[in-house]
Design a protein around this ligand. Structure first.
Ligand code: NDP
Length: 280
């Protein structure tokens, strides 16, 4: 039976570490949270981020803009924040359809890009020098590290190749000397690839898609997926069947999810530390 990886506990440890560092150094990190429109999911995430900021001692400022905000206006705000006192800038996605998220995210100063998703920071990720690892991928690596999962030389299969999750995880694990296969919707024989994996990471967005017959005996299974099924939140992995076969497994909820916000807090602190150095 697999050890269930407790993301809430590890996220709590990360947050405690950030809070301790802030009180020890006397730094006052600041995070600007920008949200356009009233997407209900985004509202929940923004509230959770505010709560995490308050818990660790980061000053958060919200910029809530109406749904009909023009791209130019949003761009102007981001440019203003780039020059302002906030150490980190977070633009909540999704944006309304008339705004191109790539244009907005790219306008964030890479030094304040605590999501780590500007082209410059993704380029640095390639070399392992991104000061702000993207938050969900950073959270996945932290969980593996915290549970003592050795990555070097391991056969990893990453399913999903999005810019925010799959590709960065594949790159970060490659930098840690894993042998990574990156699968996606055009992959032939996905089950065959998945069954080979010593570490299987899935970020697809399909409820309970990965069943026990697709998992190798003793594999480490990390489920990034968040789906709604019959009124419940479930992952991409069929947790009940797979936990009997895996050595470690993340639950949904309570696995990778809580790590994303914790890593965001860590990146905001890092931004403050880096900016304090260049100022000092
Ligand atoms: P995207 O929709 O951007 O990417 C999904 C990926 O899955 C794509 O690469 C796609 O392939 C691949 N895919 C789709 N169908 C199949 C299939 N049948 N077989 C193999 N691969 C397939 O999603 P995200 O990466 O943004 O998110 C993935 C999941 O993770 C979602 O459930 C999301 O809610 C969750 N998530 C969770 C977070 C957390 O904090 N825990 C944070 C971010 C996301 P292709 O590229 O070919 O289209």
């Amino acid at each position: 039976m697999a050890t269930v990886i407790d993301g809430r506990m590890v996220a709590g440890e990360v947050l405690d570490g950030v809070a301790a560092e802030i009180s020890k150094t006397g730094l006052k990190p600041r995070l600007a949270i920008v949200m356009v429109g009233n997407d209900p999911g985004s509202q929940i995430y923004v509230r959770l981020k505010e709560k995490a900021c308050a818990r660790v001692g980061i000053v958060s400022t919200n910029y809530f803009l109406p749904e009909n905000t023009k791209q130019e206006e949003l761009l102007k705000l981001v440019k203003k924040l780039n020059k302002g006192p906030d150490n980190g800038i977070l633009v909540q996605i999704p944006l309304p359809k008339h705004i191109d998220p790539e244009v907005i995210l790219e306008a964030v100063d890479p030094e304040k890009d605590i999501d780590g998703l500007t082209e410059q920071n993704l380029g640095r990720l390639f070399f392992g020098t991104n000061p702000y690892p993207p938050c969900t991928p950073g959270g996945v690596l932290k969980l593996l590290d915290r549970y003592g999962v050795n990555i070097e030389g391991k056969d990893v299969v990453m399913v999903g190749r999005s810019k925010i999750v799959g590709k960065p995880i594949a790159m970060m694990l490659t930098n840690k000397n894993a042998t990574v296969t990156l699968c996606h919707s055009k992959t032939r024989n996905l089950a065959g690839h998945a069954r080979r994996a010593e570490i299987l990471v899935v970020a697809v967005g399909r409820p309970k898609m990965f069943t026990a017959d697709m998992v190798r005996e003793g594999a480490v299974v990390i489920d990034v997926g968040i789906n709604r099924l019959d009124g419940k939140v479930v992952g991409d992995v069929d947790f009940e069947s797979v936990k009997g076969k895996a050595s470690f497994i993340t639950p949904v909820p309570g696995g990778v999810g809580p790590m994303t916000i914790a890593m965001l807090m860590k990146n905001t602190l890092r931004a403050c530390q880096r900016q304090a150095k260049t100022k000092g």
